[in-house]
Design a protein around this ligand. Structure first.
Ligand code: TYD
Ligand code: MG
Length: 363
């Protein structure tokens, strides 16, 4: 299994913690990056005791496999694949041929002995697993650990899984003593505030199999320079440009002279298209400088012609919104067949065009 993530995101912490918690397995944690003292310090921070946990600070795969033969671990964690070196290959650690060879040696070991092996790999800022995209083909499972380093929330996502679903994910919070699983992510991701501010809207989105309510913030201001700025954090820039074009064409809003900023709260990155309607609502709210009514949320995709499109798992989204005390959810008219109104104690408003959204919110 390959675990990929940017440096500093918490891969070593999560996997050290996981290995320490599995005290019924003989676990070998191989680190080519940190000293024994450093890892001990981290383990002390995690405050977990485990007598079946073995640590090896070594980078030569030949030496590593010698130790593995002696110990016969039931679980192996390699931190990181980029630091390992096989004698068979001449090139330096981290080069494509080294990474490929080292991963192949562990793959052979895993298959021959039926031992699960986690390979931790660094990815670069642009998201590719530093050089070796090749690894993705060799392994059975690719997990990606993501989030913004400056925020505390992290998501462990499955990108590939030969043994099960790819829609499961884990949400964690980095705390002073390790990663804590977040069981009620929606409650944390929605900003608790006293007064209602313009430019903020809540999306009932899905992350994997989970419904997740997320706050979208928009800021629309008069452009000072000739070229208006579009800045996004956690949202796709092209998607924003598309939604702005829809608003220009359908609603006659002049975003051409405005700077526009979109921010997804909590440092999360959202790809679920159902967040579109919340983005539009946040944009309109900031544009008009009128706060949206409280206890209202959105779940729909917006098409090129301003049509409000259906999204999957609508019942799950409605239930989550209801559970968190929302009074109204705005969805697509095309989703109407997907749920039974009588089941819910929340007002469900179905729209078919963005023009109707403006009417509903501000007239
Ligand atoms: P680390 O696991 O080293 O990241 P990676 O292996 O992905 O490079 O962790 C990175 C950060 O996490 C580090 O800056 C310190 C912080 N941290 C905590 O906030 N709490 C903790 O309990 C631990 C162990 C680390
Ligand atoms: Mg690390």
């Amino acid at each position: 299994m390959l675990v990929a993530g940017e440096p500093g995101i918490g891969k070593s912490t999560l996997f050290l913690q996981t290995a320490l918690l599995l005290n019924n397995l003989t676990t070998l944690y191989i680190s080519g990056e940190e000293s024994e003292q450093q890892i001990k310090m981290r383990a002390d921070r995690l405050k977990i005791k485990n007598d079946n946990f073995y640590l090896l600070t070594e980078t030569s795969t030949q030496s590593i496999f010698k130790e593995i033969k002696k110990l016969k671990p039931q679980l192996v964690i390699v931190d990181s694949i980029q630091t390992l070196q096989s004698d068979i290959i001449e090139s330096s650690p981290g080069s494509i041929s080294q990474i490929r060879e080292c991963a192949a040696e562990f793959q052979r070991f895993a298959k021959e002995t039926n031992t699960p092996v986690f390979l931790i790999g660094h990815i670069t800022k642009d998201g590719s697993i530093a050089g070796p995209k090749i690894l993705e083909h060799m392994v059975d499972t690719v997990l990606q650990f993501e989030g913004d380093r400056h925020y505390t929330y992290r998501i462990l996502r499955t990108l590939k899984n030969r043994f099960g679903s790819t829609s499961e994910l884990g949400i964690y919070e980095m705390s002073g003593d390790g990663m804590q699983a977040v069981n009620n992510p929606s409650e944390i991701l929605i900003h608790q505030k006293e007064e209602n501010l313009s430019g903020s809207a809540i999306a009932a989105s899905m992350e994997g199999m989970r419904a997740l309510l997320i706050e979208v913030q928009a800021l629309v201001t008069q452009s000072v320079y000739g070229t208006p700025q579009r800045t996004v954090s956690g949202f796709d820039l092209r998607r924003l440009q598309l939604l702005l074009a829809v608003l220009e064409k359908r609603g006659g809003f002049l975003f051409g002279t405005k700077d526009v900023f979109i921010n997804i709260a909590g440092g999360l990155k959202v790809e679920d298209p159902s967040i579109d309607l919340a983005v539009i609502a946040a944009l309109l709210s900031s544009y008009e400088d009128i706060p949206l009514p409280q206890h209202i949320c959105f779940a729909a995709e917006v098409g090129l012609n301003g049509e409000i499109r259906a999204v999957n798992r609508i019942e799950q989204r409605i239930s989550e919104a209801e559970k968190l005390g929302f009074e109204k959810i705005i969805i697509s008219g095309y989703n109407k067949k997907g749920y039974n109104t009588n089941h819910y104690n929340i007002e469900i408003k179905a729209l078919s065009k963005v023009e109707e959204l403006y009417e509903l919110l501000f007239r």
